[in-house]
Every structure is written in C-alpha cells, then in structure tokens.
Design a protein around this ligand. Sequence first.
Ligand code: XMP
Length: 506
Amino acid sequence: MATFFEEESHTFSEYLLVPGYSSADNVAANVSLKTPLVRFARGEEPQITLNVPMVSAIMQSVSGPKLAVALAQQGGLSFIYGSQSIADEAAMVREVKSYKAGFVVSDSTLTPEMTLDDVVELLGRTGHSTMPVTEDGTPHGRLCGIVTSRDYRLSRDPRDRRVREFMTPFDKLVVADDATSLKAANDLIWDKKLNALPIVGAGRRLVALVFRKDYDSHKSQPNELLDQHKRYLVGAGINTRDYAERVSALVEAGADVLCIDSSEGYSEWQRRTLAWVRARYGTSMRVGAGNVVDAEGFRFLADSGADFVKVGIGGGSICITREQKGIGRGQASALIDVCRARDEYFDETGTYVPVCSDGGIVYDYHMTLALAMGADFMMLGRYFARFDESPTNRVSVNGQYMKEYWGEGSARARNWQRYDLGGDKKSLSFVEGVDSYVPYAGPLKEGVEGSLLKVKSTMCNCGALDLPELREKAKITLVSSTSLVEGGAHDVVLKDANQQVSINFR
Ligand code: XMP
C-alpha cells in the first residue's frame, strides 16, 4: 500500500508569523543574518559562512558573472549555471574570481558602423548610457571611442547616423593603462572631471571602465563575501553526467563550492557524484545536492556526503513539473519536514547539514517564513532575474520594463541533464518549465537591501537577533483563505491601480 502523508501540503502564503516580545535591543541594526553554507561537526566552525542567507538559482536567466559579483558584494553567493559548455562555465567562474572591484566590463559595446538606432535600442535593453565603441563590438576589442548621451540629440539627429560620426574618438578620450589602481583611476576621474574612465591594455584593447558614480559604493560593502585572497566567493552548478571533466575545470577556475543541479535528488546518480567528488577532493571542495522534499530524501543525501541539501520540487515560479509529472510537495511543508530531519540528524550524528529552501519565494515575507521554518538559506530565481545584473534582456512590455526569465526545463534552456534519469537519452523528453517575463526591479543592491530590511524588521518583531534565535522563537500559524484576503488592501478603491503590483514586487 502506498504511503500517505497525513497532512495536506502547504506553501508559504498559507502561513504568518505571530509576533513575540521585542526587547529594546531588537532593532534591525543589531540583527545578524550570518548562516552556514556547508556541513560542519558539532563544536566546529563551518568552512563557508554566508553573510546573508541568499543564493542565486543555477539558471541561465539568473546566475552569470555580473550577478555573482553583485550578490557577493551584498554577502550572498551565486551558483553559475551549468547548462552550458564546461569551458564557458569555467570562464564565468574565472571572471568572478578575477573581478577587481570598481572595474566594470562593459555590457553595452558598439562598433563604429552601428547607427544611432542601435544606440537607442541598446540603451533600452541595458539602461546604460555610456557605450564604448570597439573595432569588433566586443567588450575587450580595440577601443575606437565612446558614446554617451552627450554625443547625440534624438530630436535632431537622423536615426541612421553612424556611430563613428558622433562618438568621442579615442584621441580625444582620457584613458588609463591596465596597471592603474582603483584609487589612481578615481583620482583621475576627479581631476579631469570625467564620468567614466576607460582602462586600456596593450594594442588599445579595452579592459574595463571605471565610473564616477560607483566611487562611493565601492568604499562601503560591509557584508561582502570574500575568500582569503580578497576575491569574491562564487559557486557553480554541476550535473550527474559529465562531473569528472566539469568539476576539475571548475576547481581549476577557482570555484569555492559546487552544487548538483537536479529537479529530483533522491537518486543513485547523486550518490555517485558526491562520492566521486569526495574521493577526489576530500573536504577541500564542498558540494551541495538536491532537490528533495521529505525527510527520507534528506537522510539519503546527508548520508551520501552532501555538504548542504536543497529542498523543493515544482514550487519555482517557472516550474511546471507538478503539472507535467505529478511529483512535488508544497514548499513550506517540504521545508518543515526536511528541517526537522536535519535537526534529528544533527542530534544523532553530531553533523549539521544546512538546508536550502529552493524556489517559490514570491514576497519578501516568504523569506522570513522560510528562515523561521528552519531554512539555513534560500535559493532564488525569479527574485534575482528581475535585477539589472541578471544576464537577460530588459524589454518593454505594454509600456512596463520587464526582464526575461526562463526555466531550466523550458524548451529555451534545454537543460536535459537537470531532468536526467540515466540511460542513453540525451535530450529533454518533455518540458518542465516556461519562458516568461518578470517585472524589472533596478539594481540588485537596492532590492536586496530593501528585502533584508523587511526580514530583519520581522525578526525583531519575533524577538530574534539572529537566525538560530528566529527558529527557536518563531510562532507560526496557518491562515485560512478568507484571512488571506484580510491581509492585503481590501474594501477600498486604490487610487493608483498599479499600487498593488508595486507593493507585491518591491
Ligand atoms: P523561483 O520561484 O525562485 O524558483 O523562480 C527557482 C527554482 O526553480 C527551479 N527551476 C525549475 N523547476 N522547471 C522546474 O520544475 C524548470 O524549468 C525550472 N527551472 C528552475 C530551480 O530549483 C530554481 O532554483
């Protein structure tokens, strides 16, 4: 006879936190969000600790090098997506590890033969008005000049005007060589009254840009997540097929931690992959595994050596696994069950294996709930896809800026390894995800700061100054569908119809 779970499964929106006593010390500035990323033995310190409990999803539309740097600056960590060639993934890891704060690799590059029309299109797509012009249009090509909004007038100039006719040419630019320090670059920017300074290497090759507006933000990154050489920490996704070659390349590129990316992790394939990495690298390379949705799955992965265990099947915003295959579990119920198993495992074995809640976070308060229910940290896809730093295009849809966001199981990503069940098949048999838009939400820094301020504020309401205290003190209640209505603006006519949307997504 099949096993029936006694309770129906629930998701975050069905719960609320009931406030506890807040002492005078319970203010957001006193709250710590530090949390372990990888397993550790009782009495020992974890090898990697996050400064904020957020990691970005292992997805093409989320975790590229730019987002990885922006998130590490805020104290979280990205897992560079594995659904690309080994060489490309390793190159992205290398890019993060070699990132020099303040030196920006342009994502808005032109060629001299492009037109004003192309400039306008690029501006709309990236939102960046400073555009280097290189011979081949690549970010590290030979620099020919720069276009900024001061170089053209949209009301006057014909749209087919060539970039070479109106750009500020190389010989009129102030540039610095690639040995220049950030401090020297900033001094030059101030002395020469520049907005951007191109850093140029041998053969006039463009290396990076340093921007005046970034100066202040580079001075204060109190939470940034750095390794012992002051480089940003970065993770990378792997699969259970080509791990022998992929892991070696990622380790060599400098990845700090790995994660097996799979829709269903309670499998022999994950056990073998974990065993291989452990045999080859010992504890010098840490690997997370998943996804599972119950205690049994957790135990299996913990016993197999997973350094953290990811929870969640079918709850992601772009996921259709539940509809396609009928597998999964409400994210909150899955998380509660697995966190209980983690605590029992710790009591029994003395080893703490952190739990990551993956997918299904929509509102900021869902984060606080996930943490209160026991998650050590959260993996977020939709949330990060909305920011400037995600790798996808910003597009205007019905007059509103959106970012593209697609699932790894969609026809667009074709990440068959994530849905692999062994055998000879090497393609996606059927889709398990969709291709979509999410409302554009500006720079990651502002978004993350805003969300975490809400998390900290709620923690204070619960009388908690750190995550273990939140777990201990949280009082969590299920809500009826009628009281859900009571929780939003109700029985009033909103003056601005967009208000509810902006409340939901801010
Ligand atoms: P959110 O809700 O943060 O979820 O957007 C991100 C997580 O969703 C998972 N993921 C998928 N699941 N089909 C699925 O069933 C897909 O195409 C897909 N793509 C990503 C993944 O766990 C991610 O972290």
